[in-house]
Design a protein around this ligand. Sequence first.
Ligand code: SF4
Length: 294
Amino acid sequence: MPEAKEFTSEVKPTWCPGCGNYGMAEALRRALAEMGWEKRAFAMVWGIGCHGNGADFYDVQGIHALHGRSLPAASALRLTRPDLDVIVEMGDGDGYGLGMGHFVHTLRRNPSLTILAHNNQVYGLTAGQASPTTDHLSPSVSTPDGVLEEPVNPIGLALAEGATFVARGFAGDIPHLTRLYVDALSHDGLSLVDVFQPCVTWNHHNTFQWFRDRVYRLDETDWNESDRVRAFELSLTTFHDLTCAPETCRVPIGVYYRSSGVPTYEAGVRASANPGWERARQPRDISAILRSLA
Ligand code: SF4
């Protein structure tokens, strides 16, 4: 069984010192070791962004996909290589901006993918523009007077679209994040872990200390992980904004919701008596169509 350090490549990370990506990477390596996964038993897929540079920093097999396109690549991999577990890493701009359509449609299919979202609430790699999850009224290099839109709510969206495992983590609490990852990797169906991952270079509002003053753990409350309606309510009422004070603005981390026994997309495809790719293999006579166009 590989140890956590064996998932580290020889390439020195180029992430800024203190970036939340380090905490996420360490938690994932520990979780993989705890799962006992051999390197050839799984694959990772990355989108584009600072998180995507992680493709060079892990010693694993996988695909570094196009911007916002990690989910279709991962879904295709899952369908064509059912022997592999598939982990997707995407950013908030990457997955909730350019890839938003893919995100919503992947959620409703329930493929067996583990999605780890690096949510730093800013476009870090391209120098600090506002992202889909930037707090309302936050100034950024692209919005010097503040963002006018309300941020995307990935937890609420995932719950609304039927995701079967929805969690939120914080890169500053590696042991807790490792536990969330192990739970997500063990889940049969789609699992989303949206992780607040402070960008120390461009987001000077949502810092590690800002989160430390506000996060609390759901597993230390009377939380019921099978109550989807309550989870949805929580996702709506715990949105933070630029001005929220620590005593009134709390940020829950942990498993919001999980359900088991929901059929996966790949199981449905395999059970189909006449799958699309089988139909596509059959020779077809299209001469009548061509004549009609002449
Ligand atoms: Fe991390 Fe931000 Fe630096 Fe990117 S720009 S590596 S997200 S601190």
